[in-house]
Design a protein around this ligand. Structure first.
Ligand SMILES: [Mn+2]
Length: 328
């Protein structure tokens, strides 16, 4: 039985600064063989794949802490839609925090084996993995854990292509993840959206496209729109979504080392994530590249990360296909 962190009794105020910070004040289960959850949150506190400035290893803790501000025991109510989201998930404690992958600094391949093992453990328990990085290198270890006999589409939000060539045997940096993911046998196609960095190399875009992936610059993304982007994967396809916070505009993300101008507004990213949730079957997502060491003192980038994750979860669980599989 997962350990509750909300404290006993129904009359507690549970202010955000009170209590052990788990994601959305969820109960804890670190023994994945005992996991009983619909949604399993897993931290991957590694930033060894960050060649410029480290610090994203501290994001799982920071995003958990800021997610406590969004905790609502009966789910959250959203004024635009006048709807409540995550009601059954919160009331029945179907979101469980599984703690963090064990990270072995300087033994990156063993860290990645641990990532894959833990995500597999979550999938074997029948829960949907929600993974908090860490830098973007981790996504390879996560996507590798999905079963090889079930076709999977990957939608990747990012300012950068993360498709660097394997030079000097570099494979596990945050610039390599999607070149590592492309040849995985279950991965059908990667849709890369928001690409705009002036550091983007022409030949790497061509290589990603030649490898079968779809690359959307910011202009392409805006022309295509949320529904159009979602429809780049087949209806009801199994989709893993990888969100680099630098997909959002530089003005929104002071706590991100790789921020770039001319990025997505929050509404553009949110609306696209919601369109994906309606159109396809989201079977997991990760959220990466928040760097709390660079953030302003309010922790606004961690808060934005928690906010994006919670709203995406709300959209996923609001779908008829989710409710069929997870009756209240
Ligand atoms: Mn990235």
């Amino acid at each position: 039985m997962a350990q509750d962190t909300a404290g006993p009794g129904d009359d507690r105020m549970n202010f955000p600064f009170v209590g052990i910070p788990t994601f959305l004040r969820s109960p804890i289960e670190t023994d994945l063989s005992k996991l009983d959850a619909d949604i399993a949150v897993l931290g991957v506190p590694t930033d060894e794949g960050s060649p410029f400035m480290g610090g994203s290893r501290l994001a799982p803790r920071s995003i958990r802490e800021h997610s406590m501000r969004l905790y609502a025991p009966n789910g959250y109510w959203e004024i635009e839609s006048e709807k409540r989201f995550l009601g059954p998930e919160m009331q029945n404690k179907r979101i469980v925090d599984c703690g963090d992958v064990d990270v072995l600094p300087t033994a990156v391949e063993r860290t990645f084996d641990n990532i894959t093992r833990d995500v597999k453990g979550i999938l074997d328990a029948g829960a949907m993995p929600v993974v908090i990085g860490g830098d973007h290198a981790i996504t390879f270890g996560v996507v590798r854990a999905y079963p090889e006999d079930q076709p999977l589409w990957v939608i990747h939000f990012d300012a950068h292509l993360d498709y660097a060539p394997f030079i000097h045997d570099l494979r596990f940096t945050n610039a390599h993840a999607f070149r590592m993911i492309t040849p995985l046998p279950h991965v059908q196609q990667i849709i890369q959206a928001g690409i705009r960095s002036l550091r983007t190399r022409e030949e790497l875009v061509a290589e990603s496209r030649d490898d079968g992936n779809a690359v959307f610059s910011m202009g392409d993304f805006r022309k295509t729109g949320p529904e159009g982007l979602a429809q780049r994967v087949p209806k009801d396809a199994r989709v893993f979504v990888s969100i680099d916070i630098d997909a959002l505009d530089i003005s929104l993300v002071p706590g991100c080392v790789s921020a770039e101008p001319n990025g997505m507004t929050y509404a553009e990213l949110r609306d696209t994530l919601q369109a994906i949730a309606r159109h396809a079957e989201v079977v997991g997502f990760d959220f990466v590249e928040v760097n709390p060491l660079l953030d302003v003192a309010t922790g606004v980038t961690s808060y934005l990360g928690a906010h994006t994750m919670v709203e995406f979860l709300g959209a996923i669980c609001d779908q008829p296909r989710w409710r069929e599989k997870h009756p209240e």
